[in-house]
Design a protein around this ligand. Sequence first.
Ligand SMILES: [Zn+2]
Length: 231
Amino acid sequence: MTPAATSALGFVLLGPPGAGKGTVAKLLARRRGMIHLSTGDLIRAAIAAGDELGRRVEDVVASGGLVDDDTVEELLRRRLESTAGATFLFDGYPRNLNQAERLERLLTEAEGRLAGAVALEVPADEVVRRLSARLGCPVCGRAYNLITKPPRNDRRCDADDAELVQRPDDDPETVRRRLEVYAEKTAPVLDYYADRERLHAVSGVGAIEDVYERAAAVIEKLLTENTGEER
Ligand SMILES: [Zn+2]
């Protein structure tokens, strides 16, 4: 799945919370050799590097603030420059129209381009079902999921038998609100890619392996088209 071209190719992975985006992205990275870029990972890596930019990011995070668009762009630019000619998978970015336009520019600067945006689609009821199944241990922090990773004993931690709790974020009503916020914020991003005929919807329903296969098939096809054009 390595493109014949030497320029960078980018894919954007979109989807609501609970769509399995992170898992699918990790599988694509491991099995298809794509470079998985999530802003969270970039921010952690910058802090770990400890240079001037990293210390600035650390100050923002430590004070509970959000890392601004300019800084995220700088982190992305460095990452793209450090790995020429790779196939990148952007996860959790862009979150708004401004970021979508910035990403386009960054890829152009890196002599690459965006090959496509893949949107995982999951009905709201299914997202609520998935997220409200998540439980955590208040003692050791272990994560469980009543559907995919249940504890051995009913709602008790395997390690310390503490009673498992739900994150306040994951109760059904809050999940629905989070989905509304997500839809409102990302609608312009979806429109942006749809207008440019680069939006590819993939069903996010079912087993994660199936979702992965669907996403990988779309990406494979787009890679072939994109590398073919350059010959
Ligand atoms: Zn525990």
